[in-house]
Design a protein. Sequence first.
Lengths: 220, 366
Amino acid sequence: MGGGTLLDFARGPGMEWALAILVFGIVWRLVGIFTLKRPKDLAEPRAGASAIGAMWVIISRTWPHKEFRERVLHWEVVSYLFHGGYAVAILGYAPHILLIRALIGISWPGLPGGVIAFAAGISGVALIALLMHRLNSPVLRKISNFDDYFSWLVAFMPLPTGLMAYYHLGGNYEWMLGFHMLTGEILLAWLPFGKIMHTILFAFSRGTTGLAYSRKGAPL
Amino acid sequence: MSNETISESFRKAGMSRRAFLKFCAAAASVLALSPAEAGEMTRRLAQARRPDVIYLSYQECTGCLESLTRSFSPGIGHLLFNDISLDFDDTLQAAAGEAAEAARMTAMKKAWGKYILVVDGSVSPKDGGVYCTAAGKSSVADLQYAASGAQAVVAVGTCASFGGLPFAAPNPTGAVPISEIVKDKPVINVSGCPPIAEVITGALLYYVSFGVPALDRHGRPVNFYGNTIHDRCYRRPFYDQGLFAHTFDDEGARRGWCLFELGCKGPVTHNACATTKWNGGTSYPIESGHGCLGCSEPNFWDRGGFYRPLSTPTGHWSGAQVLGGAAVAGAAVGVAVAGVARARQNKKDDHKPDHKPADKDHDRNG
C-alpha cells in the first residue's frame, strides 16, 4: 500500500470506522453499566452528603494514600508523566486540535511543535518504564493479562509514529503520517473494550466507591 | 533526429559560446546539479544532437502546454529552436486535420526509435477507447503506436502521470495514466496541474544530457520532486511554532503564518514550487496566500476538500449520521445486554434461600 493510499484510508474509512466503533463501544458499556440492577441497600445511611463523598473520592484517589506512598509514589509520578505528556501531545498539537474541531466543533490555541515533541518523548519514556516495572514486578506480572499488554502497545504506538512523522524519520513522510493516524485509530477503536476504558470509567468507579463508603460512614 | 548539435544550433542562431555556457549554467541551476555535473552537462549538450520530440495530447485541458510556453530558464524559444526539434504538437503548429496527421507520421517515421514522446493528458481504454479519439483512432491505440517508436516517454502533467482530473471519481471514461499503457519504454512523470514550466523543460534537458534521471516511487525526477513543499516552505517556522492563519483575511494570514489550518497539502506534496517557483521565479501559491492543493500527487482531486486540514477526515462521510447511528446502536445493545443481565439477576434473587432468614428476622423483630 502506497503512502498516499494509506493516508487516504486513515483519513477516510479508517477514521470513520474507528470513531463509529469508539462511540458504539462507549455508549454500549455506559448504558450497560448504568441500567444494571443495583442491590438494594436496606441499611440506614450513616452520612447525609453521599454525593459530596463521591466527588471527594474522585479527587482524593488521584494521589496515593499516605500508607502506600513510600511503596508506590514514584510509580504514580511516572504514571502522571505518561498521562500528562500524552494529554499535552493530544490536546496541544494544532493538527490534533483541528481534528477535534472537525469532529465536535470546539478548538483552542495550539502549542509549539518543540513542546509537543518534548511532551510526547517524556510520555513515551514513562510508558516504557511502566512496562518494565510491570514485567519486573512478580505481583504485577501475575495479575497482568493480554488486555494489559495489548492496551499498552495500542497506547504506545501513536507516540513513536507521531514523533517519526513530525521529524520526517522512517522514510516516506506520507506513509508515516498515515501509519501514525492508523495507530491513533486503533487506539480509539480499542478504547471501549479494554482497560483503556478507564479514561471514561475512572470517575464513575471512584464516584461509586465514594458514594458507597460515605453512605456507610467509612473514612474517605 | 536532427543532425545538428545543440551548440551548432546556438551558433547558427547567432549566439556566442558564452551565451551557450550561460544557458547551460541556468539549466544546471534549475536542475540543482553539482558543479561537476554542470560541467559534464555543458560538455554533453555541446555534443548532443537535437532530439526529435513528438508532443501528443489526449484527455487534458492544455494547461500543461500553457505552462510550458511560459518557461523562462530554459525559455521555450531556446528549447524549441536550440535544444529540441519539436516535430509535432497539434496545438502549437499551424497545420490541422489530415495535413497535421500526415506531418506527424512523416516525422515519426523519420526518427523512428529515436524520438522523445511527450504526452499530455490521460488515455481512456474503456469501451474500446470510444471516449477519446482523434483522426478515427482511440487514444490508447494512438499512444501504443507512438510509444513503440519512441526512445522514452515524458508524461507531462498529473493527468498523463496519474490520471488527473479525468481519473477523478467516478472516472466516467475509465481514464488511466500513460504508465498503465506504456510498459516497455522508460516513462518519466512530470506531474503537476500544471507542472512548473522549468520542471518540464528541465526534465527534457536532463534527459537529453544524461538520459533517464533518478526517479521517485511515482516515476518523477528526484531533482524536482525529491522534497515536499513543506520541507522548503518559507512559512515552515510558523508551523513549528504553532502559528497558523485561521482564515484567509485574519491577522495570521496578513503576518504570513502557516496555512496548514486552511487546508494546505504542502506536507505531503512533492514538487519544486517552493524552490523553482512560478513565472520566472516570481512566487508560488503559498507565497500568494493560498495553501498548496497537492496537484502533483496522485488522486489529489479525490483526497478530501482542498480546504480541509490534512489531519481531519476527508469528508466523504457524514460524521453526524455515522456517529449518531453508532451511538443509537450502542445504546440499543447496552440496553439489551443489561436487560439480559437483569433477567439473570432477578432469576437468581428469586431462587435465593437467604430470603427466608430475612423474613425470620423480620418476624422475630416484629
